[in-house]
Ligand binder design. Structure first.
Ligand code: 3PG
Length: 400
């Protein structure tokens, strides 16, 4: 983007692929971190006199318009943050988008409707994706990729479009890659990785890579139960990915062989049912040892002994990477595990990186000062896949 700035972009139509995939409660944005993270790139291009066309996905609509996944609230919030009117196109490449783009004056910003309302965006078929990318390319003269959270997706706007337009990386991508690259190179030890969240199989793959780098891996959240099962414990009705049990067993053995400390919860909070996240009705959970989860109960957070244990394991860390909450932090009865890990990061002398939409949102929603952490990544899957050493389509396309 600095090169573009030097070349001059005044009057140019620039397509900015952002990740405005923010959590919504109806039409209310509950965490605007991703919008704030990309706002400087958009502000910079607008200040240089470009006509800025911002595009993103939101959620996972099924390739057709669906009002529940509209980007209109995100466009409004972007306008507030920029302190200027932001036009909104009610489609992505249709009449509305074309009219909005044609009406942009130098320095003005428009947001297009959700890219995933078009089946071509996420299609596995190269020709279908390419056809959609052609339509997007017709809207702009230059492309700036700055949706770090989506760079692991081989989608039309992420992968195919930069092949069709002169392109550059935005400031957010540059920062994210700079920080994550450090974690794959020289890290200050002990290097402690905390993994949680519910997407078990998505997260398991990164452990392979982390076993070569990390000194200690602490596991919590939904993925812990598959590991507890692998250790021979019953997990009641907790989240379990039975088919991943052999993979977990292999990782536990590999960790032992390599001398990596692999730490699982020693106690958990259980409840007979998933908590009420809307009304936040008290759930009155019970604390049980992690090898004694009753058959009719679901583990929903790490317990008090585990909180202490994980805080102690973080206390002397040199570097920490944390991805995924320790429990259902959206409900106050199950937020203490995630709070304890966030506090553990802050209390340690380590360089701390929080990766993942959910953990980043948790940190902010639980009232922590985001600036107190070393880096809060806007990428969940993207940061994990980067650390796995995978080629990320959205980065590869920009380097090309
Ligand atoms: C995310 O939330 O991790 C990114 O916005 C990517 O979303 P996706 O997993 O639906 O592709």
């Amino acid at each position: 983007i600095d090169d573009l700035a030097t070349e001059g972009v005044a009057g140019k139509r620039i397509f900015v692929r952002a990740d405005l995939n923010v959590p919504l409660d109806g039409t209310t944005i509950t965490d605007d971190g991703r919008i704030r993270a990309v706002q400087p790139t958009i502000a910079k291009l607008a200040a240089l006199g470009a006509k800025v066309i911002v595009a993103s996905h939101l959620g996972r609509p099924k390739g057709a318009p669906d009002p529940a996944f509209s980007l209109a609230p995100a466009a409004r919030r972007l306008g507030e943050l920029l302190g200027q009117d932001v036009a909104f196109a009610t489609d992505t490449v249709g009449e509305s988008a074309q009219a909005v783009v044609a009406s942009l004056a130098d320095g003005q910003v428009a947001v297009l409707e959700n890219l995933r309302f078009n089946a071509g965006e996420t299609s596995k078929d190269d020709a279908e994706r390419g056809a959609f990318a052609d339509q997007l390319a017709a809207l702009a003269e230059l492309y700036v990729g700055d949706g770090f959270g989506a760079v692991h997706r081989k989608h039309a706007s992420v992968y195919d479009l930069p092949k069709r337009l002169p392109h550059a990386a935005g400031g957010l991508i540059a920062t994210e890659v700079g920080v994550l690259k450090k974690l794959t190179e020289d890290v200050k030890r002990p290097y402690v990785v905390v993994l949680g969240g519910a997407k078990v199989s998505d997260k398991l793959a990164v452990i392979d890579q982390l076993l070569e780098k990390a000194d200690r891996i602490l596991v919590g959240g939904g993925m812990a139960y598959t590991f507890l099962k692998a250790k021979g414990h019953e997990v009641g009705i907790s989240l379990l990915q039975e088919d991943q049990v052999p993979v977990c067993l292999r990782y536990l053995a590999e960790a032992e062989k390599r001398g990596v400390e692999f730490v699982l919860p020693v106690d958990v909070l259980v409840s007979p049912e998933f908590p009420d996240l809307k009304g936040k009705t008290p759930a009155n959970p019970t604390t049980v040892a992690s090898d004694a989860i009753p058959a009719d109960q679901e583990g929903l957070d790490i317990g008090p002994k585990t909180r202490e244990l994980y805080a102690a394991k973080l206390a002397d860390a040199g570097t920490v990477f944390w991805n995924g909450p320790m429990g259902v932090f959206e409900h106050p009865d199950f937020a203490n595990g995630t709070k304890a890990v966030a506090q553990g990061l802050l209390d340690s002398p380590a360089f701390t990186v929080v990766g993942g939409g959910d953990s980043a949102a948790a940190v902010r929603l639980l009232g922590f000062d985001e600036n107190a952490f070393g880096h809060i990544s806007t990428g969940g899957g993207a940061s994990l896949e980067y650390l796995e050493g995978k080629t990320l389509p959205g980065l590869a396309a920009l380097e090309d």
